[in-house]
Design a binder for this molecule. Sequence first.
Ligand SMILES: Cc1ncc(COP(=O)(O)O)c(C=O)c1O
Length: 1005
Amino acid sequence: MAVPRNVSALLARHFAHHARPMHPRVFSRGLATAKAPSSLFAPLDTFGDRHIGPDDREVGYMLSKLGYDSMDAFVSDTVPEKIRSATNAVSNETIPALSESELLRRAKELGQANKSVKSYIGMGYHNAVVPPVILRNITESPAWYTPYTPYQPEIAQGRLESLVNFQTMVMSLTSMDIANASLLDEATAAAEGMVMAFTGTHGKKHTFFVDSGVAPQTVAVLRTRAKGFGIKLVIGDALKDLSDNALRSDLCGVLVQYPDVNGAVKDFSGLADSVHSTGGLLVCATDLLALTMLKPPGEWGADIVLGNSARFGVPAGYGGPHAAFFAVTEKLKRKMPGRLIGRSRDAQGKPAYRLALQTREQHIRREKATSNICTSQALLANMAAMYAVYHGPLNLQRIAQKVHGLTHTIKSSVESFGYKAINSQFFDTLTLDVSGAAQDAEAVHAAALAAGINLRRIDDKHVGLTLDESVGAEDVVALINAFASAASKSSISLSDLTPPETLAIPDSLRRTSQFLPHPVFNTHHSETEMLRYIYHLQNKDLGLVHSMIPLGSCTMKLNSTSSMIPLTWPEFGSIHPFAPKDQVKGYLELISELESDLCKITGFAACSLQPNSGAAGEYAGLSVIKAYHESRGQGHRNICLIPVSAHGTNPASAVMAGLKVVPVKTHADGNLDLEDLRSKAEKHKDNLAAFMITYPSTFGVFEHGVQDACKIIHDNGGQVYLDGANLNAQVGLTNPAICGGDVCHMNLHKTFAIPHGGGGPGVGPICVAEHLAPFLPSHPLIETGGDKAIEAVAAAPFGSASILTISWAYIKMLGGTGLSDASKVALLNANYMAHRLAGHYTLRYKNGKGRVAHELLIDLAEFDKAAGLKVMDFAKRLQDYGFHPPTCSWPISTCMLIEPTESETLEEIDRFCDAMIQIRKEAEDIITGKQPKDNNLLKNAPHPLSVITLSEEEWNRPYSRQTAAYPMPWLLERKFWPTVSRIDDAYGDTHLICDCPSVEETAEH
Ligand SMILES: Cc1ncc(COP(=O)(O)O)c(C=O)c1O
């Protein structure tokens, strides 16, 4: 193919196919001639020009390097013709593009359509007060929200330290031995606790008892999860109904809530002994703020303690995101789900943090993994941890005492009107019997609403209220007066109120033990110190603010500022997830627009935004498939075929949904072995439930046979689940429905630009074909899902609703045409990278036309053979060049999976390729013996400043400090320093320490 000489002509041809002329790109870098806008009235702040890294000239250059004269010709060679969608399926006609300022105006309009009503609904959701220093410098800071999960600990010590603060905070407040670095929400954390109790009995005991004081959304999620494992849920009064012998002999665990959803603070210490005598586990859902005043569950015998840390400075956001916590006793630590951060040491023997017990990850254990949790809630855990760091134990207790005191004050006042609190022992929540004062509960709700207040709806006779840190004196007066009005009593004023003299917590349940004595929670209480601590940590971490993060399968693209702005507006942040639908019209409109756009993009009929991670989406989608089979009298179908190359969460999710995993082979070139698929589908045709496929595959392959594979499954009675983690390669070019899928999940935190937050939050919505729409998940409190819905898969009706604003904004600003352009450029960037690295590294797969998809797999096995150089040696050396390494050793142990995304410019891609090529030369010196095999630039990488500044005596390396730290000239301008040298994984796992240093250790250090 001729290489075009005239780039402008090439660009004209490239963009000629757009239905609407491409909006004028902004050529602020002066690389091309700016075009005049098509109309004087057209906006200039169009988003596509900012989001897509390469400008027109760079696109033309890359195409020419690959031998194409148009983008269309390139795409034709890359995406199989038979799965291409109609060009107008995702275009500006179907999804019109808004400029950045238009988008912000529209977001404001939607935000203002949400009614500002102060919620006292409680049930695990509060009006959090985010300290401004945390809001501005963590929540709204790309240095904190753009990094990836800390798989490369040498360039992630800042957030690892902060996550250890989170773990320590949870361990100390709950008095448990060990805590993880967050789970998705309280309800799914409770489900993880239930499954731990069940698997602890090796599946021999099937009854899990749930106290009636557990929140209804938690119970709904438990019901869904229990089904897949064959666990029998029994709901009742844990203090009364556990004496039955038959029940006790089959008991694997009990869940209680402390304080419970109605506010009662009960003594469960006797229950702990009773449950332990059956061999079962006592699981406790609790509240961190309450534990500053209440005897912690670890002191009265709980085995697993979990909950939601949102009231530590994370807004309700119509349901999330926030970080659930999960803590266990010493003997359960190796079975704990989720990520755990531990202390280890680096090559210099210095202390350093890292992800501990990584062997438990689903990639290794697959269908044997105890949980499918992958992305969790790192950013929100960091917010909560920083809240505790900022306030310290004294202030936390002061906040708790105020919340408790005001609740007590309200109780006394409203009881004087004739209302009756059903609990005498409480922390922040009252359940009031209204029958002695008002006509009915509705009359109280009406009076409250007239005063701009939401109370919890319970039944005709009872209402509930929960206080939080945001409640001040005026709020208390307004609240009491709403009750007065419903009881036809005269209103009161502040001077009528007297603070209570006692606590409504019995002596036996009061906390007497110290908490958070660690220096980090007792140092940074002035804003100056706090700001410096935040910056001290963030400076250790590499994020998208520094350089590209080319992690294959993770799609680390731009998280644009304009799409992030609405997130922290109170119009979206302050909404309770169980607020009546007529108060959340803005949210509902945004949700419906997002669902509709995602359906257009996937080609499916209906969508659920409830799942709050990719893995949660997999579980939800497979549960929907199961429910569909059951509805047709085919409930016995339980086989799930999964290619061996699939992401580890796939088999783990299948097992959780009650399916049996049968692996399907792939060929050496990455393609699915269709014959193996056919023979397994036919063999299991009577029981075939589903086939899970990732498209393009995890090898970076657009498989030609995808439709044939799906047909094989359908012909044998199964349904096809398409893992949409790689949807970034498809948008506007093909879609999961055309490929032959029945359901897919999307990772909004990949394809649709929600930042990864250093390990979460995520959103994993599912889209389904029409026949599966009736089964989409419901919610016990807010209507969602189809008419034959499975029960809830997350605590909130729309999952992590507040961050849906980000994906909504991303889609609206790019518009259909821009979305499709983004996918094309993502393909082009990956192929250009493959072209540049060819000849230096072995490309593991390319199609018949020499093309890869949106990512490329390079195989480093030859270096191991020749010089003992492993994938990790290349990865660590890349850190010295200022880059986050690509995905390592997955899906093939000897490979790196590289994904540049559309957001990276040609300059950045070239910089990365130059670094890779230079490292190749360094490896060559080791292979040829110019450098020793055990003491070289790769084996010793990364090189932090503490190593570069070693004394002459200590610097025993056969290369210069200059070569170690500044191997490329541009590093002199923009060096990012890893803060520790290579971390010893094995040491960390054998010496598991997961909390921050104590006073004594700090002093010793
Ligand atoms: C192919 C694939 N499937 C599923 C997942 C799981 O998504 P999440 O981490 O959001 O649970 C990932 C995450 O990296 C992935 O790459």
